[in-house]
Design a protein around this ligand. Structure first.
Ligand code: SF4
Length: 265
């Protein structure tokens, strides 16, 4: 079984508990304007043109993003990290892109990782068929589940997709007693508006007892150079899309005051 990945991050500390190995799988159905991994969007590998200035000469080069990899190769890579992952209470996290765009590949990694005794997590937009969630849930210890924008029209405007399937899958995972951390990127004027945050809070309150925590994600400047390299229009040129620390503190307090465990990363 093989699939296409575009990065492996070792010693990851923001993708679930402990020190983790995070695998970034190619392909994403969404097109979030603030995406920090736009190179993940297409399912197939892409080449990025770049110019290197050396000794007064300009050299043209290209960087290939995405490599066909087998589950066996991935498991060998994970074995090398076993001690650090076990001693830190960490494990493996599938991210992307949207890892469920490669459902069979993701499922096989999750199955073999579980059999090897690794804690498994998946960082998902939630935009995938229910049947895929049904197949991978038994092998997934933790879902890092993105909830970005609650209004369907606004969600479509800023991510390119409607959010109904995302909200329904979230409710289904809760009913299956899956462990879930909600992740919400805070983007100035888009996800951090009082309307959106109040709708998010109202949506989550019924699930308060089952949710592990809410992570508010605040670092969004990294995507800019990637958009430029890929020749894609960047929505935040000259604008810092990250709210100020005092605004973030207000937002985290709003959810803490309702009894949620909240982190910021
Ligand atoms: S879901 Fe994640 S990877 Fe996909 S476009 Fe949005 S931010 Fe980027």
């Amino acid at each position: 079984m093989s699939g296409i990945i575009f990065n492996i991050k070792k010693f990851a500390v923001h993708d679930g508990p402990g020190i983790r190995t995070t695998l970034f799988l190619k392909g994403c159905p969404l097109r979030c304007r603030w995406c920090h991994n736009p190179e993940s969007w297409t399912p197939e590998p892409v080449s990025i043109h770049r110019q290197i200035r050396l000794d007064g000469h300009i050299h043209n080069d290209s960087e290939r993003i995405g490599v066909l990899t087998t589950v066996e190769e991935i498991m060998q890579e994970l074995e090398r990290e076993r001690i650090i992952m076990e001693e830190s209470g960490g494990g493996v996290t599938l991210s992307g892109g949207e890892p469920l765009m490669q459902p069979d590949f993701s499922k096989e990694i999750l199955i073999q990782s579980s059999q090897a005794g690794f804690h498994t997590a998946i960082d998902t937009s939630g935009y995938a068929d229910r049947e895929i969630f049904r197949k991978i849930a038994p092998y997934t210890n933790l879902f890092l589940y993105d909830l970005k924008i609650m209004d369907p029209e606004e969600h479509k405007k800023f991510t390119g997709c409607n959010n109904e399937i995302i909200l329904r899958n979230f409710e289904w995972l809760v009913r299956q007693d899956c462990e879930i951390i909600v992740r919400t990127p805070l983007i100035r004027g888009i996800t951090d508006t009082p309307d959106n945050l109040e709708q998010l809070l109202t949506f989550l309150i019924p699930y308060q007892d089952t949710l592990k925590q809410i992570d508010f994600l605040t670092c969004h400047k990294m995507g800019r150079s990637k958009f430029e390299k890929l020749g894609l229009p960047y929505a935040f040129s000259g604008i810092d899309p990250t709210p100020s620390q005092s605004e973030v503190t207000k937002i985290t307090s709003m959810f803490r005051n309702e009894g949620f465990t909240v982190t910021q990363s």
